[in-house]
Design a binder for this molecule. Structure first.
Ligand code: EPS
Length: 392
C-alpha cells in the first residue's frame, strides 16, 4: 500500500472540489499561499477557454493542519467552483433537471459514450462532469502539499512544453548537461512560467502561439508534449524487486491518470528504442573529489531498474487534442442512433501548458510517496534525519 494516499471528489460545474491527502508526516510546513500559487499556475496557458476567466482557484484547508504545520492526520481541502452559481439548478443535488435538457450526443475522443453505456446514463452530463479536467485542480492542490514536503528536503520539480501539435522545440531535458541545454533546472519554472505556452525556446514559442490561434480560427483543437523533471533526488527511490514498486511504473500510471494523456516516456523512451545500446546507455564514472558516481548524459531519464540513479528524473507526456471541437465531428445520438454532429460545450483550444503543471503535481505525489517508502517516519524531523544521513 502506498504510504501517501489521496482522493479527489467533485464535478466540473458542481459546488466545488474536495481532496484528501493521507500519510503526510507531522510537522511538515504547509503554506496555503504556496498551494494557491500552484493553482494559479494551472490556470495559465494560451488557448484556455472562457472558464478560466470565471474561476480564481483557491484552496481552503479544512483538516490536518494547525498553525502552518501538518498534524500527521488526513489533510482535506475544498476548492470552490465559482461557475456553480450558473449551474445551481442543472447540477442540483435534489429535484428534477429543469427543462429536461440532456447531453445526448457523445463527442469522439471524450468519455461520453463509453461512460454512458457503462454507467447506464441517458444524460451524458452525468459522465462529462466528472471526466472533465476540472478535477485536476484538486490534484494540483494536493500535489502542492507533497511538493512542500519534497522542497523541504531540497528536491525540486519543474516542467516545460516541448511540442504543440507539430511545432516542436529541440530543447529537451534529455539534453540537460549538453551544450544544447543552457538553463539551470532551478530556473526552469521561472522561465516557463513567463511563457504563455510554457515554452523556453523563444522562437518556437511564437510558432506555438500562432498554431493555437490558427486552430482557434478553424474551430479546432490541439494537443502536444510536455516534459517534467525532478532534480536533487537521492539514489535509491523505487525498487527493482517487484513490478509495482518500480518507480517508472508508478510515474507512468500517475501521468496516464491525467485526463487526455495518451503516452509517457521516461528519458529518451521511444527515441532510445531506435538506436543501439552503445548510443543509448549512460556510461558510469566516479569523481574522487566529490565521492560521487556521475554520468555525462541522461538518456535513462534518471531511472535504472525502476530506481532513481541520482540524475534528474525526466518524464515526457503526450496529450491528445481536446475532444470538444467547436466544429463538431460526426457522431450518433445515444438513444435514437440518428447520425448527428457531436455535442458542443464551451472548452479550451489547448491545455498542454496547464497539463505540464498537473504533471508536476502528479510527480510530486509519486515522489513524496517514494521518499516516505524509503525514509519513512511519523514526523518530518525523523525523515529529514534519515534522509540527510543517506545522502552522506
Ligand atoms: C473541460 C471543459 C472546460 C475546461 C475545463 C475542462 O470547462 P467548461 O466546460 O466549464 O468550459 O475549461 O477545465 C477546467 C474547468 C479547469 O479548471 O481546468 C473538460 O470538458 O474537460
Amino acid at each position: 500500500m502506498p504510504k501517501l494516499r489521496f482522493f479527489t471528489a467533485g464535478e466540473s460545474h458542481g459546488q466545488g472540489l474536495v481532496g484528501t491527502l493521507e500519510g503526510l508526516p507531522a510537522n511538515t510546513i504547509i503554506s496555503t499561499d504556496k498551494i494557491n500559487h500552484q493553482l494559479w499556475r494551472r490556470q495559465q496557458g494560451y488557448g484556455r477557454g472562457g472558464r478560466m476567466k470565471i474561476e480564481t482557484d483557491t484552496a481552503k484547508i479544512l483538516t490536518g493542519v494547525r498553525h502552518g504545520k501538518s498534524l500527521g492526520s488526513p489533510i482535506s481541502l475544498f476548492i470552490e467552483n465559482r461557475d456553480w452559481k450558473n449551474w445551481e439548478k442543472i447540477m442540483a443535488v435534489e429535484g428534477d433537471n429543469p427543462g429536461k435538457k440532456l447531453v445526448e450526443v457523445p463527442r469522439p475522443g471524450h468519455a461520453d459514450l463509453s461512460g454512458a453505456i457503462k454507467y447506464n446514463q441517458t444524460d451524458m452530463r452525468n459522465i462529462l462532469e466528472r471526466a472533465s479536467a476540472r478535477e485536476t485542480t484538486t490534484r494540483v492542490a494536493l500535489g502542492a502539499i507533497a511538493r512542500q514536503f519534497l522542497d523541504a528536503l531540497g528536491i525540486g520539480i519543474a516542467s516545460h512544453v516541448l511540442q504543440i501539435a507539430d511545432v516542436k522545440s529541440e530543447k529537451s531535458l534529455i539534453r540537460y548537461g549538453s551544450p544544447q541545454w543552457d538553463i539551470e533546472l532551478q530556473e526552469l519554472n521561472d522561465r516557463a512560467d513567463k511563457s504563455p505556452v510554457r515554452c523556453i525556446d523563444t522562437q518556437i514559442e511564437g510558432e506555438m502561439i500562432a498554431l493555437i490561434e490558427k486552430a482557434k480560427q478553424e474551430r479546432d483543437t490541439c494537443g502536444g508534449i510536455f516534459e517534467v523533471v525532478a532534480y536533487n533526488l537521492p539514489i535509491g527511490l523505487g525498487s527493482h524487486v517487484h513490478w509495482d514498486r518500480r518507480l517508472d511504473a508508478q510515474i507512468a500510471a500517475a501521468m496516464m491518470g491525467i485526463q487526455a494523456m495518451k503516452g509517457v516516456e521516461i528519458g529518451d523512451g521511444f527515441g532510445g528504442a531506435c538506436r543501439f545500446g552503445s548510443q543509448v546507455h549512460d556510461e558510469i564514472y566516479f569523481d574522487e573529489a566529490s565521492n560521487h558516481f556521475f554520468r555525462k548524459q541522461n538518456n535513462a531519464g534518471g531511472l535504472e531498474g525502476g530506481i532513481t540513479n541520482g540524475m534528474p528524473l525526466v518524464v515526457r507526456v503526450a496529450m491528445k487534442p481536446i475532444a470538444t471541437l467547436m466544429r463538431p465531428l460526426d457522431s450518433v445520438e445515444l438513444i435514437s442512433k440518428k447520425p448527428v454532429k457531436a455535442h458542443v460545450e464551451r472548452s479550451d483550444v489547448t491545455a498542454v501548458p496547464a497539463a505540464a503543471v498537473i504533471g508536476e503535481a502528479m510527480l510530486a505525489l509519486v515522489l513524496a510517496d517514494a521518499v516516505l517508502d524509503k525514509f519513512g517516519g511519523d514526523s518530518f524531523e525523523e525523515i529529514e534525519q534519515r534522509y540527510l544521513e543517506w545522502g552522506k
